[in-house]
Design a protein around this ligand. Structure first.
Ligand code: AHG
Ligand code: MN
Ligand code: MN
Length: 314
């Protein structure tokens, strides 16, 4: 592709006939990601630690990323955001209290920094966004409430992958300061050679152990970085499976449905892959609370179907 032919994110959204408010929203969030990328580079010079509401280690940058996203949304005047939910907040936030509730079309759930424990080792981390058409806790399964999902990776290059239900597309943040189209209509390979197994082996269920043994026997290679977003991206590009399973003492696993799992499940399905908790499709789950967790098997169809067989004891 020649330089003058490159498509930027805004143009791409408009060419895809994405709803006007949704376009503005995706652009707004992509801008926040640019600022977060900048802050991450700054923080590599040193950071401080404290605890977040879920009792896990939270680096200062998590809060900063959350604040950047909220602030930029609150400055948006052309439309209102319905609910804003973040991994860094205990409750839903009303970003635009002055706007008519009826006029607010979209809600957002975000993991402002995924894989934040990796910052100090200079490994790739990211941000995950889910855009919902109704309230965050709507009584509907994710499939009927999610309208778009996006993730940004702060790696050797800053990249953005989004789907608004019309395929999966990847952009790269270029030196001129634009999100430039890198690949369109990404399809995940039907079968891969990689696996990313979360949790400790000693805490896995027997069914899960058997599944992982099978992959190992078949010669699958392990790729587990500690950032869901990066490991997922590796599967999207190469094929294979990411899993953070039910653990013996944590039957719901570790990862969050609204901020992590359903957004990436939306993207994987758009790319022709699958996501399940072993028994139920991730997008068929009805989120009942903000902090809801679920086991996850996500990636290529072949491996996810194999996981389902093992988890169902077949
Ligand atoms: P976060 O940084 O948002 O808390 O998420 C970290 C998550 C996920 O990205 C990753 O796959 C997993 O936690 C890693 O957990 P373990 O360290 O237990 O493997
Ligand atoms: Mn996370
Ligand atoms: Mn996080």
């Amino acid at each position: 592709m020649e330089y003058y032919e490159r498509t930027v994110l805004r143009t791409h959204l408009s060419n895809k006939n994405i709803d006007h408010d949704l376009r503005r929203l995706i652009s707004n969030l992509s801008k926040s990601a640019q600022y977060i990328a900048f802050e991450i580079k700054k923080s590599l010079r040193g950071d401080t630690e404290n605890q977040n509401t879920y009792g896990e280690i939270q680096l200062k940058l998590d809060v900063l990323a959350d604040t950047i996203i909220k602030k930029r949304l609150s400055l948006e005047t052309s439309f209102g955001v319905k609910d804003f939910a973040s991994e860094e907040q205990e409750n839903i936030i009303n970003i635009h209290p002055d706007k008519e509730e009826m006029s607010k079309k979209y809600s957002i759930a975000v993991d402002p920094l995924d894989g934040s424990s990796l910052i100090k080792s200079n490994l790739t981390i990211g941000t995950i966004f889910g855009i919902y058409s109704g309230s965050i806790i709507s009584g509907k399964p994710g499939r009927d409430n999610l309208v778009a999902a996006m993730y940004v990776m702060y790696g050797p290059e800053t990249t953005l992958v989004y789907s608004a239900g019309k395929g999966v597309h990847e952009f790269i943040f270029d030196p001129a300061g634009n999100w430039t189209l890198k690949s369109e209509n990404i399809i995940i390979p039907e079968k891969g050679k990689l696996f990313a197994p979360g949790g400790l082996r000693k805490d896995w269920t027997d069914e899960h152990k058997k599944f992982i043994n099978d992959l190992e026997e078949q010669g699958y290679k392990i790729r587990y970085s500690g950032a869901f977003v990066s490991d997922f991206n590796a599967m999207l590009k190469n094929g294979g499976i990411f899993t953070y399973p039910a653990l013996i003492n944590k039957p719901q696993g570790k990862l969050r449905l609204l901020m992590e799992l359903q957004p990436l499940a939306f993207i994987v399905e758009q790319a022709g892959g699958m996501a399940t908790n072993g028994l139920e499709n991730i997008l068929d789950i009805i989120p009942k609370k903000l902090d809801q967790r679920s086991p996850i098997y996500i990636g290529s169809k072949h491996e996810v179907q194999l996981a389902k067989k093992y988890i169902n004891g077949e």
